[in-house]
Write a protein that binds this ligand. Sequence first.
Ligand SMILES: [Zn+2]
Length: 302
Amino acid sequence: MVDMKPAGFGSIRLLIPALLIAFAVTGCGRQPSKHPSKVLVAAGIAPMANFAKKVGGDLVRVELIVPPNASPHTYQPSPHQMKMLTRASVLVLNGVKLEFWADKLVEAANNPRLIVVNTSDGLPLLTESDDKVHGGANPHVWLDPINAIRQVEAIRNGLVKADPTHARIYAQNARRFIQEIKKLHADISDEVKKWRSRSFISFHPAWAYFARRYGLREAAVIEKSPGREPSPSEIKQVVDIACAIRARAIFAETQFSTKPAEVIAEEIGAKLAILDPIGKPPDYDYIKTMRANLDQMAKALR
Ligand SMILES: [Zn+2]
């Protein structure tokens, strides 16, 4: 039977139990969480944060650790970020020691619930004997879209483990995003075919995986150790190599000083391509960033 009492009276009676439930849930004056039902995901670098957001969609809240304008090779997480990790369900790392602070941070967080996803596990790594900047395997795996697909799959598996109820949604989101990355890969492959030159000089060896995938050649690297500007004699060495191979492009990066690269480009009459391997806030987007990088490279190498 339908209750025909005036609407006002009925709604007050409904309100009281609702308020009681709200107080019971928040308990002893604690503030209710702003995102009570979202899975908290911490991500080492911006590309991993973007991948996690793409796979997690509305089900996750992603907190980035290395800010996009900082160099991941030198950034140290803040105490605030450490605290955040005590509440997180998943930590997404690029791996290959790019997040050199990760072991200590995970230990300090002492969070038994935390699932650590090392997205580069099992990827074929590049270890150049003369890569003094990374002092081991090159960590910039995500700049090869085929690697990025594997990293997205690892993130999907981590989210499914943390939140199995929504496994199907994570799988669907991952599938859709991987399709976009495949399209990006096809477009890069087509574009590179049109280039007259395939050799470049880079400021910092971020593009090694990209170069391997698309048949480009990194002829020399300007930066010899992380965070230190090259000396005049190191610059001269690079200029000599660049002249010998008639390099048409110098790749510099937004996260580093572009001055030494500018000097060399001017010296040898090469074009400077300012690339962004990490991406910018607020809406960091892997696909968009890679397409912008491709445009920059194309201007120098076509
Ligand atoms: Zn690097």
